[in-house]
Design a protein around this ligand. Structure first.
Ligand code: NAD
Length: 457
């Protein structure tokens, strides 16, 4: 396969599995990085290669038309921006950001915005493609998008974070819009970041445009229930599948969660409230474990006061790798992509892997887990509660007519469980796993829309 062009840091290497192009993180974009340092090679396929591999496998399985397959393999639009921000000490720092639209056949594009040091164009392409499938699977009138800035937001002051966000929003403003592309929070961003983007975009227009982003605070047109939506959705979907496949409720079910940000913490809390025993959680600094169970509310309090989970009283320290190998009923990866790989999948002892993160399981790990009889709930079903409620927020923003939280939850649960049922039915009809079924449904829906619209001109 030819290397992808147009980005710094590309290395092409052969693996025992395939000749793949992998991207090293883009260093050098940030003037404080050390671009001359030798970059370590990443020894696994990039997120985009994983996303393409998943598409290719399902396309072959469903005998997808070759032209449609080729058109879905590429991202429709990709924007790279480099922009200066004056830091608190007066010096100018150059940041690099991205916004990618994968496919807009079914409507405006929708997808999160990530602030993380390892963001790359390649990662945004993968995440945008996964958003296309997720939105189609949930029957939302959206295509997929993703964006990000190469930055560790924890290293910026609040003022620097605001300035960087406003300048990034300005740079991508020709690319976004309430009928064009609607950003939302993802790793390293939150409701405050969305509020700054909404304000910046509105200042340029001269009037308020609340529907430009979702995941914004309720006080400026956000929806009730968005902050917890992704984690609550993970809990709804996991509970439904546990009941269906294992005849169990969440009561007493043991859970380990990797990542304790928005998604991980709300998954922990909503599972705990329904009787699950959360025995381990982690963040990027490591994790904590207690076989008798942890109370997510105290964990959140500790995180707020100390900035990390380490030294949490009444629990043992545990590494992220140890957490992934715990003998629990449900393992929830809720951090970054590529966490369950061919190197560690054999060590997984969970009965169910609920993919709260996007792309946490590589295709090789998928095969190993299937051989072990582990049920993997794919990301595009498992964490879709976030985009479903983002859609509700967008509708409310456009109509300036707001729903109460009960209505948001009911509609989210119905949307998730109805589409889960369609996916489960497809696994039976086609004798395939849940990921393949979910992809087939999404791809068929996009194919139908593409054929109806035709190929312009
Ligand atoms: P977040 O920034 O709020 O939290 C990320 C968490 O992961 C933090 O606890 C961080 O410390 C931890 N983390 C980072 N690197 C890690 C590592 N190497 N090992 C262990 N933990 C690590 O982000 P979030 O919004 O909770 O997103 C988490 C995942 O969920 C991402 O894959 C994201 O794309 C996906 N997702 C988010 C939403 C949403 O609504 N926010 C919706 C769907 C999917």
């Amino acid at each position: 396969m030819a290397p992808i062009e147009g980005q710094k840091g590309i290395v092409t290497m052969s693996t025992p599995h395939a000749d793949v192009s992998v991207l090293s993180p883009v260093a050098g974009a940030d003037d404080e990085a050390t671009p001359c340092d030798p970059k370590p090679e990443i020894e696994q396929a990039s997120a985009y290669q994983v996303a393409l591999g998943q598409l290719d496998r399902v396309a072959a399985f469903m005998h997808l038309d070759e032209g449609i397959h080729r058109s879905l393999r590429s991202c429709q639009r990709e924007l790279i921006v480099h922009f200066p921000v004056q830091m608190d000490d007066g010096h100018i720092r150059i940041f690099t950001g991205f916004r990618v639209h994968h496919n807009m056949t079914k409507g405006p594009t929708k997808g999160g915005l990530r602030y993380h040091p390892s963001v790359t164009l390649d990662e945004c392409r993968a995440l945008a493609m996964w958003m296309t499938w997720k939105c189609a699977l949930m029957n939302l009138p959206y295509g997929g998008a993703k964006g990000g800035v190469i930055v560790d937001p924890a290293t910026l002051s609040p003022r620097e974070l605001e300035k960087m966000t406003r300048r990034y929003a300005t740079e991508i403003s020709p690319f976004i819009g309430p009928e064009r592309d609607i950003p939302a929070p993802d790793v390293g961003t939150n409701a405050q970041v969305m509020a700054w983007i909404m304000d910046t975009y509105s200042m340029h227009r001269g009037y308020s445009v609340p529907a430009i982003v979702t995941g914004k605070p309720v006080q400026i047109g956000g929806t009730h229930g968005r902050e917890q939506a992704t984690g609550l959705g993970v809990t709804y979907v996991t509970r439904a599948l546990l009941k269906q496949r294992c005849g169990r409720s969440l009561d007493g079910v043991t859970v380990a969660i990797q990542g304790f940000g928005n998604v991980g913490s709300w998954t922990a809390r909503t599972m705990y409230e329904r009787g699950a025993r959360v025995v381990a959680v982690s963040d990027k600094s490591g994790g904590v474990y207690n076989a008798r169970g942890l109370d997510p509310r105290y964990l959140q309090q500790h995180l707020k006061e100390h900035g990390s989970l380490s030294d949490y009283p009444g629990a043992d320290a545990i590494s992220n790798q140890e957490l992934l190998a715990l003998a629990v009923d449900v393992l929830v990866p809720a951090a970054l992509e590529g966490q369950l790989t061919r190197q560690n999948a054999a060590q997984v002892r969970a009965t169910v892997v609920a993919e709260a993160a996007n792309g946490p399981t590589t295709p090789e790990a998928d095969e190993i887990l299937a051989d072990k009889g582990v049920l993997v709930i794919p990301d595009i079903i498992c964490n879709a509660g976030g985009v479903v409620v983002s859609y509700f927020e967008w509708v409310q923003s456009l109509q300036a007519f707001f729903w109460d939280e009960g209505e948001v939850r009911r509609q989210m649960e119905r949307t998730l469980l109805d589409n889960l049922e369609v996916a489960v039915g497809t696994t039976t009809r086609h004798s395939c796993d849940l990921r393949t079924a979910a992809y087939m449904i999404a791809i068929r829906r996009i194919e139908e829309a593409l054929l109806l619209r035709g190929f312009y001109p």
